[in-house]
Design a protein around this ligand. Sequence first.
Ligand code: SF4
Length: 335
Amino acid sequence: MKHSNISIFVPHVGCPHKCAFCDQRTITGEQSLPHGEDVRAVCEKALREVPSPADTEIAFFGGSFTAIPRDYMTELLGAAGKFVGPGLFRGIRVSTRPDYIDEEVLGILKDCGTVAVELGAQSMSEKVLRANERGHTAGDVIRAAKLIRAAGLELGLQMMIGLYESEEQDEQETFDALMELGPDTLRLYPTVVIKGTRLAELFEKGVYRTKGLDYAVGLCAGFLRTAEERGTRVIKCGLHASEFVERDMAGGYYHPAFRELCEGLIYRREIEKALDKAGITGGRAEVLVEPGSVSKAVGQKKANTEYFARRGIGIKVRASGGVRKYSCLIRTGNG
Ligand code: SF4
């Protein structure tokens, strides 16, 4: 089921870590700390404006929610919890680090109406976790994921692509290991180098080299498709477009329409396979895709139609009921 969120950002406060890539204030695009009364005001306003509160979650994002001072965490949770229940919002969603999850904190979260916990796993390679100064292990991710599941909460996992010292094999192994944990949701974040971070220092010295946007799009296209086919909702693919990121980035894998690029590539690969299978090497072909995915199949700025035109094939994409997501049917001639 698809849910929407009202997002409340809780910046870096209290997080004792300094991951190589993190400048949390820039990523959340928010500087000040919300308090209980801010949460109440946001929830009251959203209750009046959101069309379907029962399908909406109050989401605390931005930092490591369970690592913030306990009094502050319970102040925010308590304020949000009053807006959870019949006629109100569906529940609370939080994101946090894997090493700040235990049974006690899960009990507090549940008592206040939390329904989903997202873990910033980022990588399942110990080498990559160390190189990026995450301060937790892959084992912490597995342990926390199991505890979240055992508590009956929805499990979300977050993965970063293209981190320092992460090779293609590390990315694939990380994705496979995360999928093994059976997440309900997944967020795929290509690494963006934010000025002033340790990663930016390494980047500017040429020690950390990125591999180009196509590399990240190629990997994420595969991950997005596989995850969705296995029933995991990919609720983010690419960093949230924001003026703060565009202003403060020094490099990395950023595009304001990153997900569209990935979806376009999934369709390009699929159309290519279908054309090859049909033995079409030139002329015209009609490509049928599910309604709602025509623009994805055409590609961002018509990238796919132009790609096939360069191969000598003029494709016309049309919507057709009965075609599965990310699949296509080819029709040639007048049919
Ligand atoms: S744990 Fe999260 S908030 Fe803390 S430094 Fe790392 S990425 Fe930033």
